[in-house]
Write a protein that binds this ligand. Structure first.
Ligand code: CA
Length: 416
């Protein structure tokens, strides 16, 4: 664990408000003119790992596929070189760029993408809207529910996208129609980026599951609720989810999250999961205390120079299934994971109604529009809305670390 009082010669990293102190060092990719280059964020700078002499390639998949021990050695070399008084300061200094002056992309090429449903609060609230008498399906407390999504439409933070067209049918319509979604929503999620792969046919057990996870990023799984409502039975989400999903540029490693681990406790009376989803370490430290926030900046707010409103706050520690359980379940049948695969956690809503991680929850399916600070109201997203996800970890005696932001703007639907 990187000591809380360790300071960097990169002055901006020592600002208590910085998301990226020496104790964080999240990985990502940047470019100025040519190819993508691998970097860590430090204060308001990015450190080019190749230029600093720490790696000899620009292949993030290759870096992520290394065994966890190699990753930890690289982290130690980064901490050593960036610490105040390091003899490598001059060498590293030449590899720094201002974050504001480079383009940040997806942290890696995304391979396969799986989206889970790990918040029991989200599952229950959504279930109540769809099935008032039977909100939580009987498999929920036994199976980490997920579906295979689509990687091609995962875009880097800052990428605007057009409101999608789709097939919808209101209950009182005889037949569906095609048109722009009228119930466009965001989903507050974390993205778990897979590192070390497993061979086909070899399940990953709970006690080594986290060795296969490179780190955690912010993820907004934009969703067209009206399209989803018509298409989702019987095989689950399809075109309601694959027109855009936004991933933040920085992947915070599990090493950096170490101080923020907490016991993972099931609510009293809930069944214990099957053995392949249990481990002493998971019970002792399976949860991660990550504070999550959703912000909205409407076009009107932007024009008025307002930063936006915070729509909700929740915490990843409230997830029903842990990182290790998702990996163990995904591979129990022998499914092989590869470096750069992405797991969405599913919408991370908290236990209280105001902690909903989507507008569908906050506006009760559109029945109770929310009022913003400038008097505007929202049931679902309007054209020109920008949604910003943020996250950070705080604990007494440890340095606060942050995830940066995950941002996307809704543009009007294109003409068909
Ligand atoms: Ca989702």
């Amino acid at each position: 664990m990187t000591a809380a009082d360790l300071r960097s010669w990169v002055a901006s990293a020592n600002d208590p408000a910085s998301d990226f102190p020496l104790q964080n060092l999240p990985f990502g990719r940047f470019r100025q003119h040519g190819d993508w280059r691998i970097a860590v964020a430090i204060g308001d700078q990015v450190l080019d790992l190749r230029a600093a002499g720490l790696i000899d390639h620009g292949d993030m998949q290759h870096l992520m596929a290394q065994p966890a021990q190699a990753r930890r050695s690289l982290r130690q070399a980064l901490v050593d070189g960036l610490t105040l008084g390091s003899p490598q300061q001059a060498q590293f200094q030449a590899a720094l760029h201002a974050q504001a002056e480079v383009e940040l992309g997806l942290p890696c090429e995304i391979g396969d993408y799986t989206d889970f449903y790990t918040s029991i609060h989200h599952a229950t609230t959504i279930g109540k809207q769809l099935r008032p008498d039977n909100p939580l399906l009987p498999n929920y407390k036994w199976v980490p529910i997920g579906y295979h999504g689509r990687a091609s439409s995962i875009v880097p933070s800052g990428t605007p996208f057009h409101r999608p067209h789709g097939q919808t049918k209101a209950p009182d319509q005889a037949a569906p129609t095609l048109g722009p979604s009228r119930k466009l929503d965001y989903e507050l999620e974390l993205g778990l980026v897979i590192g070390q792969p497993n061979p086909l046919g070899q399940p990953i057990r709970m006690d080594s599951a986290e060795e296969h996870v490179f780190g955690v990023a912010l993820f907004n799984d934009w969703s067209a609720r009206d399209v989803q409502g018509w298409e989702y039975q019987p095989l689950g989400p399809f075109l309601a989810k694959n027109f855009a999903s936004t991933l933040s540029p920085w992947v915070v490693t599990l090493e950096a999250l170490e101080p923020f681990r907490e016991p993972h406790v099931r609510p009293e009376g809930d069944p214990l999961p099957l053995n392949y989803l249990l481990s002493p370490a998971n019970r002792a430290r399976g949860a991660i205390n990550i504070e999550l926030e959703v912000w909205i900046q409407t076009a009107q707010m932007q024009a008025a120079g307002q930063a936006g409103d915070r729509l909700s706050q929740s915490n990843y520690r409230d997830a029903y299934w842990t990182v290790a359980q998702l990996v163990a379940h995904h591979t129990v049948n022998g499914c092989n994971l590869r470096a750069g695969d992405l797991f969405g956690t599913g919408t991370l809503s908290g236990p209280r109604p105001e902690q909903g991680g989507s507008l569908m929850e906050l506006s009760a399916g559109g029945k109770q529009p929310i009022t913003l600070s400038n008097g505007e109201t929202r049931s679902y997203l309007e054209d020109g809305d920008t949604v910003i996800l943020r996250a950070y970890c705080e604990r007494a005696g440890y340095r606060r670390i942050g995830f940066g932001e995950c941002r996307g703007t809704v543009l009007p639907a294109r003409e068909l």
